[in-house]
Design a protein. Structure first.
Length: 244
């Protein structure tokens, strides 16, 4: 994995990031790994912002960041950084990029009715994907990154290739195991941060009702495990410890 991250940083990142990734070189410490992942995420997040229209509402942005800041206090490793941005979108959606960059659509906030606890659960779930390296592993498994790691020439096609990579990261679902794990980590984060963990179950029940309707839940929730299975697992969770 170190070689792949090194190759990606060397070939795909702007010059200002190349030196830092090469200098760090992922020599084996957890801090260096997190730093490299964060720098990679910075590059991908900046591309995402260029590709997707931000929801320009300072009040919503401040509210989301305050929720995320409170959730982040439960994470033991202080090298971890998290940021959240709200984007326009017809479908309810949320996704996390490596390095802790979380994006949530205004449609999903509306589905949550801007409820603090339900939104915190969504953010905690996406934090879980980052903390358990699901986002990073999905990036490393992508065809574009594999080509970069092998040194394939992508100079002329770099921008289209990276745009395609962003689309894959946004739309490609995780495995059932990863989704269940993100639910579990997210529930613990929410509990320790002082939010109501049952809000996650409340949101999932509403999603189950939507799933049975003619419109369905949309591609984001359709890629997740069945709602009933997620609720059953969440009810067995007793989140009483800090998150590593």
């Amino acid at each position: 994995m170190k070689k792949i991250l090194y190759a990606l940083g060397k070939r795909a990142a702007p010059t200002v990031l190349k030196t830092r990734w090469i200098y760090r070189s992922l020599t084996g410490t957890e801090s260096e790994k997190i730093e490299a992942e964060y720098l990679m995420g910075c590059h991908l997040a900046s591309m995402t912002i260029r590709e997707q229209k931000l929801f320009d509402d300072p009040e919503t942005a401040e509210w989301l960041q305050s929720l995320l800041a409170r959730l982040s206090l439960t994470v033991v490793n202080r090298d971890r950084k998290f940021q959240v941005r709200c984007v326009e979108g017809l479908e309810p959606n949320a996704f996390a990029l490596p390095g802790g960059f979380i994006f949530i659509t205004r449609s999903l906030l509306q589905l949550c009715d801007y409820d603090t606890d339900e939104t915190a659960f969504v953010l905690g779930h996406e934090m879980g994907h980052v903390l358990r390296s699901h986002s990073l592993n999905r990036l490393l498994a992508s065809e574009v990154v594999q080509l970069l790691a092998r040194g394939s020439p992508l100079k002329g096609a770099m921008n289209p290739a990276m745009r395609q990579l962003i689309r894959q990261l946004v739309t490609q679902g995780y495995s059932r195991r990863q989704e269940f794990e993100a639910d579990q980590v997210g529930a613990k984060i929410v509990k320790v941060a002082g939010f109501a963990p049952e809000a996650g179950i409340r949101l999932l029940k509403r999603l189950g009702e939507i799933s049975n309707g003619p419109a369905g839940p949309g591609s984001y929730f359709a890629s997740h495990p069945p709602v009933a299975a997620r609720i059953q697992r969440l009810r067995r969770i007793l989140p009483d410890s800090l998150i590593g």
